[in-house]
Design a protein around this ligand. Structure first.
Ligand code: 6OG
Length: 156
């Protein structure tokens, strides 16, 4: 059986901007992404999402909505990543830099896709228009998508 790793990925938004963080170390280093990481034993995915948002961006999220389910495989790696994507416009606190992430607001019309995971430019339009989505991506290395599926869904 293929091992599965469950992760969260959280996006905080306001009317025209989205909060991204520049990953300073580890998986996806050097790229902008939402905030998140591995769900720990004993916590729900939602709890893990809130914890990672606080740890990495210094803000407390409220009313997180689960909006996407993304599955990733990498050629030669038996681990399937299952990434639960959350979105909210409600938060308290000021974004602040952590050891892992450097947060910055981006205008939604001016996102740094050349410095983001390759899958992001495919599903971001769905995230930004408020749809729910479900996708699968097979990567070769960290830059090339060999095949994918992506669907707008009613519910996850
Ligand atoms: P740590 O391993 O640092 O958490 N993640 C991805 N995000 C995007 N946009 N595209 C991908 O394509 C991703 N693969 C993983 C999940 C890693 C963080 O990166 C996300 C987590 O939020 C392959 O704990």
């Amino acid at each position: 059986m293929v091992a599965k790793k469950v992760l969260s990925l959280v996006f905080v938004r306001d009317a025209s901007r989205i909060l991204l963080g520049l990953k300073k170390r580890g998986f996806g280093q050097g790229w902008w992404n939402g905030f998140g990481g591995k769900v720990e034993p004993g916590e729900t995915i939602h709890e893990g999402a809130l914890r990672e948002l606080k740890e990495e961006a210094g803000v407390t999220g409220h009313e997180l909505q689960e909006v996407g389910l993304l599955k990733f495989e990498f050629v030669g790696d038996p681990v399937l990543l299952e990434v639960h994507v959350f979105s909210t416009t409600k938060y308290t606190g000021q974004p602040s830099e952590s050891e892992e992430m450097k947060p910055r607001w981006f205008d939604v019309d001016d996102l740094p896709f050349s410095q983001m995971w390759a899958d992001d430019s495919l599903w971001f339009p769905l995230l930004l228009k408020g749809s729910k989505f479900s996708g699968y991506f097979l990567f070769k290395g960290h830059h090339e998508i060999l095949k994918y599926t992506l669907d707008e869904v009613e519910r996850l």
